[in-house]
Design a protein. Structure first.
Length: 255
């Protein structure tokens, strides 16, 4: 009687396991058939989200069609893409039977460093290589900073403390005062280590000084709004180096 009970338990377990084993066998046969027909070989790589630089930095990138989609290491490929100085983040996904989708988040330049060659730099102060985008980009120029090449390693953060400070200033303005950011032609540092903003029209110089930059930017924005129909560019100089005062000098026109 005991043996009979054991046999029944075994049969019940077998009934539960057989469908599972059949499914595994069917999947295995399906993959074998697909491999035989090369259905799982990578046929298409679709890159999404790359627009700012027109993909010119991805020239030459392609997936080997002899590789099967199952053997692709998506984490390795993501890391490889993120090592590119223009790419901030990348996500790779497989779309069976034979497609690869790559979603890219590019680094967006916030300024151009006026060096021997134009250097793009993003809001994290990461340096990007010279690119044709720098020829037409309507973003501020950073000038007056140390031009030593070893301060600007491609794909890494700049080693220049002053450039990092300048990028932080621009990021602050872009995040909170986008209209003012769009008017900035240049951010420079003068011989006294004072930060100066040059507006695109006229051009108007805004001397921010060395300290308390955030508060001064806020005051500058309020001053611009209080002008009514007039604009900041109606002044040739706005000096904000002194506490509790803003010195404004208008343009002098000679007839």
């Amino acid at each position: 009687m005991k043996n009979y009970a054991n046999i029944m338990v075994y049969k019940n377990r077998l009934k539960r396991i057989l469908p599972f084993l059949g499914t595994i066998l069917l999947l295995n046969l399906s993959f074998k058939w697909a491999e035989f027909r090369n259905i799982l070989n990578i046929k298409e790589v679709k890159i999404l989200g790359s627009t700012l630089f027109n993909n010119d930095y991805l020239v030459g990138f392609s997936a080997d069609s002899s590789n099967r989609i199952g053997s692709l290491n998506v984490r390795h490929l993501s890391n490889e893409l993120e090592s590119n100085p223009f790419i901030k983040a990348a996500r790779v996904s497989k779309r069976y039977p034979n497609k690869i989708y790559i979603n890219i988040v590019e680094r967006e330049p916030i300024a151009i460093i006026n060096n021997k060659t134009k250097i793009l730099i993003d809001e994290e102060a990461v340096v990007m290589p010279d690119n044709q985008y720098a020829e037409t980009a309507l973003i501020p120029i950073l000038s007056g900073f140390n031009t030593a090449n070893d301060l600007y390693p491609e794909g890494k953060g700049t080693f220049s403390i002053k450039v990092k400070e300048a990028v932080n200033i621009l990021r602050l303005i872009k995040t909170n005062y986008i209209e003012l950011f769009d008017e900035i032609s240049e951010l420079t540092i003068n011989k006294n280590d004072d930060y100066e903003i040059i507006l695109s029209e006229q051009p108007t110089r805004v001397i921010l000084g060395k300290e308390d930059i955030s508060r001064k930017i806020k005051i500058l924005s309020k001053f611009g709004k209080a002008l009514g129909q007039r604009e900041l560019t109606d002044y040739r100089l706005l000096d904000m180096r002194y506490k509790k005062q803003l010195i404004a000098m208008e343009w002098t026109w000679f007839v």
